[in-house]
Design a protein around this ligand. Structure first.
Ligand SMILES: Cc1cc2nc3c(=O)[nH]c(=O)nc-3n(C[C@H](O)[C@H](O)[C@H](O)COP(=O)(O)O)c2cc1C
Length: 332
């Protein structure tokens, strides 16, 4: 089995959970980890928020030992602020720090952060230089391929990043202006891989073991990062790793297994967040866990209207019984 090393950090595999705002909190990361993610990331954390001591931002830094190895992702546009934020983050002793050079959201890019950095090479250089100087952790950089199709900067930026001490490149094969439309361009990932000697992690549209293997074979990337493919589907990490190792693929999870994990996730959320927040947090996860099963759209509609966790959990159990019964009767 070929594993991945980023700076001094050795990872137990090559399949990585993507940072996702509003999704990859500590609870989600622990689940991904238990199901085989070799590395997990926090969602993007605002450097300015950390410096101001914003309690909600600081809370996003918290993680548990079982999540390791973990990367904390920083979002910002000022070299000084990013360096200061990296020093704050260092107190929490993550395994690595990632710099977000890819977020296309307007509220982020209008402040010059995220993917807007792809338009200002000099600023990129100064951020990288300052952050790598103050950090003793490996620093990675997650980017899109460019601002738009007329300004593909991935190769140049990856090279610059390597020259200034970045230890790994994560590349989502889309431009910022594409957002999530079209297909991820794996060709650019392959070219970046040829350009640098630090590890390159490919990202974009990997949602099956076969696609993961195809990405590795066609781009030569050292690891794959999974975002949307892991929603309601943490099994994907073990499945991909097994496929890459040439092992027999484990059976895909049944509806029963999915609902069991969903309920377990729900109970953990209740314990950690309390009733009000957990009920809201779990709505999207229920939709993801049950996606593609019969009557899941109507289940989702009902769950989104429910305010009580007991009611939602009861509904989930009834749904499971009903669908499994229908299947054993040969319906659905
Ligand atoms: C809901 C959501 C939130 C995201 N938040 C972040 C983020 O905070 N930081 C980041 O670098 N990328 C973020 N991304 C982008 C993902 O990390 C990843 O690059 C993208 O989804 C492509 O990978 P996929 O095709 O496997 O989903 C987010 C994506 C989604 C769907």
């Amino acid at each position: 089995m070929v594993n991945l090393k980023i700076g001094q950090l050795s990872l137990p595999g090559r399949v990585i959970l993507a940072p996702m705002s509003g999704v990859t909190n500590s609870l989600f990361r622990r689940i991904a980890k238990r199901y085989g993610a070799a590395l997990v990331f926090t969602e993007a954390i605002s450097a300015e928020g950390l410096i101001r001591g914003n309690p909600r931002t600081l809370l996003m830094l918290k993680f548990q030992e079982e999540e390791r190895p973990i990367g904390i992702q920083l979002l910002g546009s000022g070299p000084e602020a990013m360096a200061q934020a990296a020093q704050i983050v260092a107190r929490f002793k993550p395994d690595l720090i990632d710099l977000n050079f890819g977020c296309p959201a307007r509220k982020v890019t209008r402040k010059g952060a995220g993917a807007a950095l792809l338009k200002d090479f000099d600023l990129c250089k100064r951020i990288i230089e300052r952050v790598t100087k103050v950090s003793s952790f490996p620093i990675t950089l997650k980017m899109r391929t460019g601002w738009n199709s007329n300004s593909i900067v991935a190769l140049q930026l990856a090279k610059l990043a390597e020259d200034y001490g970045i230890k790994g490149i994560i590349i989502h094969g889309r431009t910022a202006s594409q957002r999530f439309s079209g297909e991820a361009n794996w060709e650019i990932i392959a070219r970046v891989k040829e350009e640098v000697s630090i590890p390159v992690i490919g990202n974009g549209d990997v949602n099956t073991p076969e696609r993961a293997q195809k990405m590795i074979l066609t781009t030569g990337c050292d690891g794959v990062m999974i975002g949307r493919g892991a929603l309601g589907n943490p099994w994907i990490f073990t499945q991909i790793q097994a496929h890459l190792n040439g092992e027999t693929l484990p059976q895909p999870p049944s509806l029963r297994e999915k609902l069991e994990l969903c309920l377990q996730h729900y109970r953990m959320a209740l314990e950690e967040m309390g009733e009000f927040k957990a009920v809201r947090e779990m709505r999207k996860h229920i939709a993801w866990y049950t996606k593609g099963f019969p009557q899941s759209a109507s289940l989702k509609r009902k769950v989104y209207e429910m305010e009580s966790s007991a009611e939602v959990m009861e509904k989930l159990m009834l749904y499971g019984k009903h669908i499994i019964q229908e299947r054993s009767n040969g319906i659905g």
